[in-house]
Design a protein around this ligand. Structure first.
Ligand code: PMP
Length: 389
């Protein structure tokens, strides 16, 4: 994520300073590279070796509803939810996906009536995760259609409401907002883990989506899972994954099983960095403290405030410390993303999330080096620059 804007030809110390100033810090994507440090110290505890003859068949568990789900991975998912206490797994079907991104599409397919005269509306309260509208409408499906902000949704007929909690981009802990019947809720709980927000109860919704991308930091493994109450919905989701990719990489599922096992072990037998959740919760706390100090110093921005809650997993009270900073610029700066870009900080404009470009979303999950350059630069940005934009 780090690129040099202008390669340095000299090696004097002032060149080193300007080199740091010119470094482009890309915090547009939520790439969870901050977790690398934990997994580096975990060493072989999270390593697997797969011989060439293994995992060759399409099938993982031919007789079960989700026939491409590796039983070992399913077992670790249940153990992890039990130990963290963030979701009910009892009487649920587990459907594995190539990231929760594939499961989102599987859910839309599963919940849309096949014989409807018009596509079912898909809504989420703004600011909503920027990928939802893009994924929903990319194939111009006849089954479902993006219908925007759930708060202003008033159309008659069936709808699907996405409830992301804590929310991407603003970290808000959410419940459904559409106040009428005929809707089906999908809970995207990618960030309902103790490093981001207090675990106050085990989520007990009909359809819940999770991903390793934001829980363990293994975004490149492309593994997500859905906990689904209704058998028919789970079957249709399995059908979608079957039609779409004929299952999900076994190599990735076996690696995910090993990683979840290492997370569980880190909770039971913490090392010098503590459990994965101790490590990442402390890092998030420290980063939010540094970011709030930089924002105060700059005087140009504001951040959302969160009230504390008691976390049953970490046994202490703290406020949500989201994976993204939802930064609001002063009124006179109309284009916050452009302003930050002129300072070599790449972020995502509020317009992608259904709100004003006065907001930007900034990833809090980058490597230490980039994060520190970012907060340092933010704290010294002067208004002089902003008025030029
Ligand atoms: N849902 C939300 C709310 C997310 O923020 C993300 C990742 N940015 C995803 C889903 C997608 O996760 P995955 O990498 O598992 O596809």
């Amino acid at each position: 994520a780090t690129q040099r804007a202008r390669p340095s030809m000299h090696s004097s110390s002032s060149t080193v300073d300007s080199d740091v100033r010119d470094t482009i810090i890309n915090l547009d994507h939520g790439d969870p590279t901050m977790y690398e440090r934990f997994w580096q110290q975990a060493g072989d505890k999270s390593t697997i070796v797969i011989p060439g003859w293994q995992s060759m068949s399409y099938f993982s568990d031919a007789g079960s509803l989700c026939w491409f789900l590796e039983p070992e991975f399913a077992k670790e998912i249940i153990r992890l939810h039990k130990i963290v206490g963030n979701a009910v797994t009892k009487d649920r079907y587990i459907v594995v996906g190539t990231g929760s991104t594939q499961l989102y599409q599987a859910v839309l397919y599963a919940l849309s009536p096949q014989d409807a005269v018009e596509p079912v509306s898909v809504v989420s309260a703004a600011p909503y995760y920027s990928s939802y509208p893009l994924i929903t409408d990319c194939l111009k499906s006849g089954l479902y259609k993006w219908a925007g902000d759930a708060r202003s949704f008033s159309k008659e007929g069936p709808f699907i409401e996405l409830v992301t909690s804590p929310n991407n981009p603003d970290g808000d802990v959410r419940q459904s907002v559409v106040n009428k019947s005929g809707g089906i809720l999908v809970h995207d709980l990618a960030y309902y883990w103790p490093q981001y927000t207090p675990i106050v109860s085990a989520a007990d919704h009909d359809i819940m989506l999770f991903t390793v991308s934001k829980s363990t930091g293994h975004a490149g493994m492309r593994i997500g899972w859905a906990l689904v109450k209704d058998e028919e919905v789970a079957k249709k989701m399995v059908k979608f994954v079957e039609l779409n990719t004929i299952g999900v990489s076994k190599d990735s599922q076996l690696r995910a099983a090993k990683v979840l096992q290492a997370v569980i072990n880190s909770c039971q037998y913490p090392t010098s960095l503590g459990s994965l959740f101790d490590f990442s919760a402390h890092l998030m706390e420290e980063r939010w403290r540094l970011l709030r100090a930089a924002v105060r110093q700059s005087g140009l921005f504001s951040l959302p405030e969160f009230s504390p809650g008691s976390c049953s997993f970490l046994n202490r009270s703290f406020a949500t410390q989201p994976a993204f900073a939802w930064l609001k610029c002063l009124e006179l700066m109309k284009d916050c993303e452009g302003f930050l870009r002129s300072n070599n900080i790449l972020t995502r404009s509020g317009k992608h999330f259904g709100v004003s470009p006065q907001y930007v979303r900034i990833s809090m999950l980058d490597r230490d080096e980039n994060f520190h350059i970012f907060v340092e630069r933010l704290s010294t940005i002067h208004l002089r620059h902003s008025i030029q934009v």
